[in-house]
Design a protein. Structure first.
Ligand SMILES: Cc1cc2nc3c(=O)[nH]c(=O)nc-3n(C[C@H](O)[C@H](O)[C@H](O)COP(=O)(O)OP(=O)(O)OC[C@H]3O[C@@H](n4cnc5c(N)ncnc54)[C@H](O)[C@@H]3O)c2cc1C
Length: 403
């Protein structure tokens, strides 16, 4: 029997975020029928901005949605690291055309909703994706013939494959792999997307200081600016909300330069975000069930790769299932084999880059010196991340106790 004659698997995807819809699109483009079950009453993305490196945009191009994304995405000219106290530039890397021609796709910054819309429209256009909001998956079962999920409203869905793209607190992960809680970092985040004031460049700007930072970049064709302020609060306790308060935020950033302090009144102080991640853990593929995106490899935001890695997962999963539609456990095991080493390396390097961003004292002085002598068109440090996979990832130092 040749490939074209083999029956393609029917896939149930749990979670209608960026990971879930990218998966649905990637599978549907390969001819598979997909149902996306999302617990929220509508499909939406919480939070505003997202950076996508060339690796993630190459994947979007292969899925045929990069042009749609580029209608509202901004192509920043540089990624700059500034001193949070003085506002002085410590370093910048050229992005724009230089990076795009080196890696075959641009670096972009965009509104999360714009990306989700492009993915959903791409999925809908295939005619093979059924998107079902208001479906909270509460249980699953699998045997040698298929998978079945049960939702909170009592409805059930069946397929040949189940993909858990249900985020950092994934129920699919809990049921098939690991029921531990994700790790809470002591960093708290406040966000402030809003109209773009005068003087904000088409650039990704990271203002770094001792255990705090501001990340800022334009989105939505440059009409808006996305701002994220984050700082470490040692008062944090799992389950308690009495820490990382707006008072602490204002106190910590009182020593920042004018530009950074000007961001404070723009923040939504009603909503603080706590960061969670996980250490790498193998076992994403369990028979006919696979984990993907944050459900598989939740990571901190410092390399701006969480969603990008989910997009890479989706392509790898679609390729593995098309190659072995007759042996689903083998196809899913192949997907994990391809993706686990890379996603794990990104997870751990993300923790390292978080430490690097938040150095204080002597470590910050050394970091700032090294940044100043680094050339703006030296891409050696990101070659493993944005390139074709031929450069191995760095191994973060064990001495930093990141593991
Ligand atoms: C401050 C911050 C900045 C970031 N910046 C970037 C960036 O610049 N670039 C980047 O690539 N990444 C970034 N990330 C990471 C990125 O947001 C995540 O990695 C990405 O959104 C994960 O997508 P996902 O689809 O795997 O999970 P999610 O986005 O969490 O989606 C999971 C979906 O599953 C649904 N769900 C959950 N449980 C159930 C259930 N039981 N039944 C049905 N549905 C369910 C949820 O409602 C949700 O819609 C950032 C993260 C943070 C916190």
């Amino acid at each position: 029997m040749n490939l074209a004659q083999r029956a393609l698997p029917r896939v149930v995807v749990v979670g209608g975020g960026i990971g879930g819809f990218t998966t649905a699109l990637a599978l549907a483009l390969r001819g598979m029928e997909v149902q996306v079950l999302e617990r929220a009453p509508e499909f939406t993305e919480i939070g505003a901005g997202l950076q996508f490196g060339p690796n993630a945009n190459r994947a979007l191009e292969r899925l045929g949605v990069l042009d749609a994304v580029l209608k509202t995405a901004v192509l920043p000219t540089k990624f700059a690291i500034m001193d949070v106290y003085t506002g002085a530039e410590l370093y910048h890397a050229k992005l724009g055309e230089v990076l795009a021609s080196r890696y075959g796709a641009p670096y972009t910054v965009m509104h999360r909703h714009d990306l989700l819309t492009a993915l959903m429209e791409g999925a809908r256009a295939t005619g093979r994706v059924e998107a079902l909001p208001g479906k909270e998956v509460v249980d699953l079962a699998q045997d040698s013939t298929g998978v079945r999920v049960t939702c909170a409203d009592g409805s059930t869905y069946q397929g040949d494959v189940l993909v858990g793209a249900d985020g950092v607190r994934s129920i699919v992960r809990r049921l098939v792999l690991d029921d531990s809680e994700p790790l809470m970092s002591e960093y708290v985040i406040y966000r402030g997307p809003g109209p773009r004031p005068e003087g904000i460049e088409d650039a990704v700007m990271l203002y770094t200081g001792d255990q705090m930072h501001l990340m800022q970049y334009p989105i939505q064709g440059g009409a808006m600016v996305n701002r994220v302020l984050s700082f470490r609060s040692t008062k944090g306790k799992p389950g308690s909300d009495e820490w990382g308060t707006p008072e602490e935020l204002f106190d910590r950033f009182s020593v920042a330069c004018d530009h950074v302090r000007a961001a404070l009144p723009t923040l939504d102080l009603e909503k603080k975000w706590v960061q969670f991640d996980r250490a790498p853990l193998a076992g994403w593929a369990q028979g006919r069930v696979a984990l993907l995106g944050d459900a598989a490899h939740a990571m901190r935001q410092y390399l701006a790769q969480g969603a990008g890695q989910a997009v890479e997962d989706a392509l790898a999963l679609a390729e593995a299932l098309s190659a072995r539609p007759d042996d689903i456990p083998a196809a899913l095991a192949r997907y994990e084999e391809v993706r686990f080493p890379r996603a794990s390396a990104v997870q751990m390097n993300t923790r390292f880059f978080g430490e690097f961003t938040h150095f204080g004292g002597i470590e910050a002085l050394v970091r700032n010196y090294l940044l100043k002598i680094l050339s703006s068109d030296d891409y050696e440090l990101v070659e493993w991340l944005y390139g074709d996979g031929s450069v191995p990832p760095p191994v973060p130092p064990r001495s930093l106790n990141l593991y």
